[in-house]
Design a protein around this ligand. Structure first.
Ligand SMILES: Cc1cc2nc3c(=O)[nH]c(=O)nc-3n(C[C@H](O)[C@H](O)[C@H](O)COP(=O)(O)O)c2cc1C
Length: 164
């Protein structure tokens, strides 16, 4: 059966992705997307090792054009990553097989008009008060939008909280 035609990405010089990706949401490698995922830190991961992850991420993300924020509760991670779709996808694949955490659960993955973390190659927040919230996002069968909003608000500060 012929592959379905995919709409061209207005910034792509190469043909749109096909093959394995053809049946999925039509990818446009250059458009900006924002993902939010949660995961559980590997047992015995130290605060020092988390800081090493943050430092390496900042350096890699700066080169790759990625921005975002990592929140650590002492037990779990929540991370927002934004940037070109193909780059974000590639990072997600590496993240999924990184033994320093498990159970990567992507909660949202959507096109973004603008970056909300434009000034952060990777912001970092340690907040043990959010342990229950992030744990719930990881384990609950249905994802609470209220908790997602709370966690995102903590990461983005007044950008998400707004003033009105
Ligand atoms: C919680 C967590 C968050 C991470 N965030 C990033 C990130 O934002 N950018 C990044 O390049 N690597 C990040 N990493 C590291 C990647 O999983 C991976 O080790 C890194 O991209 C190097 O991959 P490579 O060794 O295959 O080149 C993170 C790892 C963990 C455990």
């Amino acid at each position: 059966m012929p592959l379905p035609d995919l709409p061209a990405c207005d910034r792509c010089e190469s043909p749109p992705l096909a093959g394995a990706d053809a049946g999925l949401a039509q990818p446009k490698p250059h458009r900006t997307v924002r993902i939010l995922y949660v995961s559980r830190a590997a047992e015995r991961l130290t605060q020092f090792e988390v800081m090493q992850i943050v430092a390496a991420s900042r350096s890699h993300n700066w080169r790759a054009g990625l921005t975002g924020c990592l929140l650590f509760t002492g037990l779990d991670f929540a991370q927002v990553i934004e940037g070109p779709e193909a780059t974000v996808r590639a990072l997600l694949e590496r993240l999924a097989s990184d033994p320093r955490h498990t159970g990567v659960r992507v909660l949202s993955n959507a096109a973004a008009d603008r970056r909300r973390f434009a000034n952060w190659t990777m912001g970092y927040i340690l907040d043990t008060d959010l342990s229950l919230d992030v744990g719930a996002l990881l384990e609950a069968s249905t994802v609470s939008e209220d908790i997602v909003r709370r966690v995102m608000a903590r990461m983005a500060g007044d950008v998400f909280l707004g003033t009105s």
